[in-house]
Design a protein around this ligand. Structure first.
Ligand code: FMN
Length: 392
C-alpha cells in the first residue's frame, strides 16, 4: 500500500504498521489475558468464538498466557501448548482468527511459584528461582473458586534450568505448528522469568543469581532458544521491570529494563534480524490495573522510564496498561509506542477497534467474570455496537 505524506508525518493509532513481514492495518492490539475458559487446559469452541470476535482485518491479537509444560499453570483451566491435543485444538482458534484477516501470537507462560499443588501434576510444589513463597498480600485462585495463600515453592537446582529453557523452545515450535504467526515470551508480572530477573525475589548464588548479567541469563537463554527454533521475527518479548505484581520488586527497575533491552538489541545484531517486538507493561498501574499500589515513583518519573526504554530498544515497541482511547492516540502520535495493547476494555468490547475509531461509548467490564469458567457469560456475551449498515 502506498504510504501517504500524512502517514509518514503523524503515525496514528488507526494507521497501518509494518511489524517485520506482518502488515497490520491499525495499532490497537489485544493484550494477553488469562480467562480460564480452556477446560482441562485444552482450547475449545468458546475460545474460537472469543478470539474471532476480537479479530479485525489486519489486527493483532496476543493470546492469554499459555502453559509451556504441565507445571506451568497458576490458574485453573488455562490453555496449554505442550501436547498434541492442545496443538490440534489451537488450530481451530488460529484458523478462525486468520479467516478474519488478523495476526495472532501465542503467549508462552510458566508461572513458577505463582501456583499451588492443586494446580500441579501429582500435587507437587510449584518450582521457582527461590524457595521463598509469595507474600500473604496475594492469593491464588483454586479450582473450586476459593482463594488460598501461595505455598512454599521448590527452588530449582542449577542443573534443572536448561530443561525449562527447552520447554519454552518446544512450546514455540508447537505454536508454529498450530499455525500461530509467532509467540510472545511472558517475562513479566512476577511469573517464572520475572522470578529470575528481579532482585527482590532472586537470592541465588549460582550463575542465575546476583549480578544483573546473571539475573538476565534465564530470560536470554529462553529468548535465544526460541529464536533459534522459530526465527527472531516470530518472537515478541514481554517485560515489566517496574511492576511489583506478586512481589516482583526490583531495587533498580530502570537499569533492569535497560539491561534486558541491551541484550535484546545485541541478539538482534548478532542474528541479523529483528525480533517481532518488545512489549512493556506501563508502570503506572499494577499488571492487572486493580490498584496503583505498585507505583515506583511519580507519573512523570514513570513516563520518563518508559521513554528511556522505548528509545533504547531497536525495534517495534508495544505499550500496555491503563490505556484509554485518548492515551493510546497520544502514545502513538508522540512516538512513545508503535502499538498499544488494550486489556480490560477489550474484554468488554469485542469490537473495541471499531468503537475507538468511531469514538463510540464503551461497555463496562465485569471483574467478577474475568476468571470464571462459563463459556459465554462474561466471555462472549458482551454486546457489539448496534450500528446502521451505513456506518459499518
Ligand atoms: C483478566 C486479566 C488477565 C490477564 N492475564 C494476563 C496474561 O495471561 N498474560 C499477561 O501478560 N498479562 C495478563 N494480563 C495483563 C494485561 O495484559 C494488561 O497488561 C493489563 O490488563 C493492563 O492493561 P489494561 O489497563 O488495558 O487492562 C491480564 C489482565 C487481566 C485484566
Amino acid at each position: 500500500m502506498a504510504e501517504t505524506t500524512m502517514d509518514r508525518a503523524t503515525p496514528s493509532l488507526f494507521s497501518p504498521y509494518k511489524m517485520g513481514e506482518l502488515q497490520l492495518s491499525h495499532r490497537v492490539v489485544l493484550a494477553p489475558m488469562t480467562r480460564c475458559r480452556a477446560l482441562n487446559n485444552v482450547p475449545n469452541s468458546a475460545l474460537v468464538e472469543y478470539y474471532s470476535q476480537r479479530a479485525t482485518n489486519g489486527g493483532f491479537l496476543i493470546t492469554e498466557g499459555t502453559m509451556i509444560s504441565p507445571t506451568a499453570a497458576g490458574f485453573p483451566h488455562v490453555p496449554g501448548i505442550f501436547n498434541k491435543e492442545q496443538v490440534e485444538a489451537w488450530k481451530h482458534v488460529v484458523g478462525a482468527v486468520h479467516a478474519k484477516g488478523a495476526v495472532i501470537f501465542c503467549q508462552l507462560w510458566h508461572v513458577g511459584r505463582a501456583s499451588h499443588p492443586a494446580l500441579q501434576p501429582g500435587g507437587i510444589a510449584p518450582i521457582s528461582s527461590t524457595d521463598k513463597p509469595i507474600s500473604k498480600r496475594w492469593r491464588v485462585l483454586m479450582p473450586d473458586g476459593s482463594h488460598e495463600i501461595y505455598p512454599n515453592p521448590r527452588k530449582l537446582d542449577t542443573s534443572e534450568v536448561p530443561e525449562l529453557v527447552q520447554h519454552y523452545r518446544q512450546a514455540a515450535i508447537n505454536a508454529i505448528e498450530a499455525g500461530f504467526d509467532g509467540v510472545e515470551i511472558h517475562g513479566a508480572h512476577g511469573y517464572l522469568i520475572d522470578q529470575f530477573m528481579k532482585d527482590g525475589i532472586n537470592e541465588r548464588t549460582d550463575e542465575y543469581g546476583g549480578s544483573l548479567e546473571n539475573r538476565c541469563k534465564f530470560i536470554m537463554q529462553v529468548v535465544e532458544a526460541v529464536v533459534s527454533a522459530v526465527g527472531a521475527d516470530r518472537v515478541g518479548v514481554r517485560i515489566s521491570p517496574a511492576i511489583d505484581h506478586l512481589d516482583a520488586m526490583d531495587s533498580n527497575p530502570l537499569s533492569l529494563g535497560l539491561a534486558v533491552i541491551e541484550r535484546l538489541n545485541k541478539l538482534q545484531t548478532d542474528c541479523g534480524s529483528r525480533l517481532a517486538y518488545l512489549h512493556v507493561t506501563q508502570p503506572r498501574y499494577t499488571a492487572y490495573g486493580q490498584t496503583e499500589a505498585g507505583r515506583h515513583g511519580s507519573a512523570d518519573e514513570e513516563a520518563r522510564m518508559m521513554r528511556t526504554w522505548r528509545r533504547a530498544y531497536q525495534g517495534t515497541f508495544i505499550c500496555s496498561g491503563g490505556f484509554t482511547r485518548q492515551l493510546g492516540i497520544e502514545a502513538v502520535a508522540d512516538g512513545d509506542a508503535d502499538l498499544v495493547a488494550y486489556g480490560r476494555l477489550f474484554i468488554s468490547n469485542p469490537d473495541l477497534v471499531q468503537r475507538l475509531k468511531l469514538n463510540a461509548p464503551l461497555n463496562k467490564y465485569v471483574r467478577a467474570t474475568f476468571y470464571t469458567h462459563d463459556p459465554v457469560v462474561g466471555y462472549t456475551d458482551y454486546p457489539f455496537l448496534d450500528l446502521p449498515k451505513s456506518r459499518l
